[in-house]
Design a protein around this ligand. Sequence first.
Ligand code: UDP
Length: 357
Amino acid sequence: MTETLVVGAGFAGAVCAERLASQGRKVRIIDRRPHIAGNAYDEFDDNGVLIHRYGPHIFHTNAKRIFEYLSRFTHWRFYEHRVLAEVRGKRLPIPINRTTLNGLYGLDLDEAGAAAFFEQVRTPRSPIVSSEDVVLNSVGPELCELFFRGYTRKQWGLDLSQLSAGVAARIPTRTNDDDRYFTDSFQFMPADGFTAMFRNILDHPNITVELGVEFESLDRRAFDRIFYTGPIDGYFGYRLGRLPYRSLRFEHEHLPDTDQAQPVGTVNYPNAHDFTRITEFKHLSGQKVKGTSIVREYPCAEGEPYYPVPRPENEALFRQYKALADAERDVVFVGRLAQYRYYNMDQVVGAALGATE
Ligand code: UDP
């Protein structure tokens, strides 16, 4: 029987490989990196702390089907992520909620008071097209400057007005004091980490994993179909021009004499420093080891592709690549880089399940 090739061993590729293998196909999955799990890769650092090499990955979903699918490959640890933003010397909840307003302005608003506050400061925008529209429409100019514009400039190298609405729309505004980053019905971390979960996903007699292998080095004629999860413009040799992907540089640090560096998993720095945020991994894993490990994220234009950059001109170029992709026989494009979508992990799993049904 001929093999099916899966290019990339992150969420998109691993789930495609598992589904195809379970359907009785022989699957070869390759990754150019020396490890599985893509950017969700986690590992124990030299001090025994479980860290995410490519920045914090926090699983959350409202899709029971996706949670149940992944539950075949991992046990879970309940974890609700919380984020504080350092603004005017204070650490305040983001998403902006009642506590944020009261802390920032020295107020004592109840829920109705918080709603009235937003109503007073917001700048109604219609239609809502850009991320600036989203933020001004919900919280107005001052909170926009304090919490969003600087962070966004660092993260994307663009102004809020240059990004599609979906980017800022990831962050809601709340009148209550719910300080969870996500409100999804399933918020869990894989109990033994993401890499262990990927090992289980790929542990199938029909799956061969090959690491440190470039797609371009293989003879494609050996495969009946290809599931490609890399950047779509790269697949086509950038023939229509480059699609921008935002990259990150990570600065990992171990603090041997500190058991807890910060009160929550992530602290955002919208207006100071070149990094956007610091994440302390022990919050995510619940590990009880001595010392702690943190990571600072420095966004950059060059480097490994991490994020598509959602804005109309990029979407237009993607559409042209998508037309080429649709005409490509026996090749399926899946995942954040191949579909040029700012997918969360659960959405990638959903896309991979959909592509292999
Ligand atoms: N954002 C912001 N300030 C914050 C948090 C988020 O301006 O304190 C904006 C920013 O543009 C960011 C986007 O909202 O890129 C999405 O944030 P999220 O935390 O979802 O980004 P991710 O974790 O995917 O990097």
